[in-house]
Design a protein around this ligand. Structure first.
Ligand code: GDP
Length: 159
């Protein structure tokens, strides 16, 4: 479908430390089009940092015009969860208040070496009013769900 055939086209940005699995989440999510019960068709354009986060080189152009963000951490590396708070702050400095934000704890398949508990993550999402999901890009668990949930939420905000 060409861009002009969509009722809506939403930009979604992926942020989080290097190595948390952003690129793999993106490649697991093959769909770029959704149809809702209202019969509207929504296109989605997902932006990945392409490694720029390593150099803290993410500019406001990256965030501009986004409708949603996935803030990703790695459930086996606590420091990536701590940094999620910094990513969230940066995000909020660059975007408006009705941006839909989901915290994503990736690599949930590595539960035996988990370093971030569900309770800890849930306390953070409640405090910051975020959506939340644990995913595994490796096993394709919840990846589709995470994107669908975010898109459904954006769609409700705009329609
Ligand atoms: P990015 O730097 O955030 O884009 O992270 P990548 O997508 O490049 O992933 C970093 C590393 O983590 C790679 O070696 C991936 O194979 C691995 N990885 C990504 N997602 C998962 C996952 O869900 N489970 C496991 N076990 N490894 C993953």
């Amino acid at each position: 479908m060409a861009d002009e055939d969509y009722d809506y086209l939403f930009k979604v940005v992926l942020i989080g430390d290097s190595g948390v699995g952003k690129t793999n989440l993106l490649s697991r999510f093959a769909r770029n089009e959704f149809s809702f019960e209202s019969k509207s068709t929504v296109g989605v354009e997902i932006w990945d940092t392409a490694g720029q986060e390593r150099y803290r080189a993410i500019t406001s152009a990256y965030y501009r015009g986004s409708a949603a963000a996935l803030v990703v951490y790695d459930v086996t590396r606590h420091v990536t969860f701590e940094n999620a708070e910094r990513w969230l702050r940066e995000l909020r400095n660059h975007t408006d208040a009705n941006l839909v934000v989901m915290l994503v704890g990736n690599k949930a398949d590595l539960g035996h070496i988990r370093a971030v508990s569900l309770e800890e993550a849930q306390a953070f999402v409640q405090r910051e009013r975020l959506f939340f999901m644990e995913t595994s890009a490796l096993e394709s668990t919840n990846v589709e769900n995470a994107f669908t949930r975010v898109l459904t939420q954006i769609h409700q905000v705009v329609s």
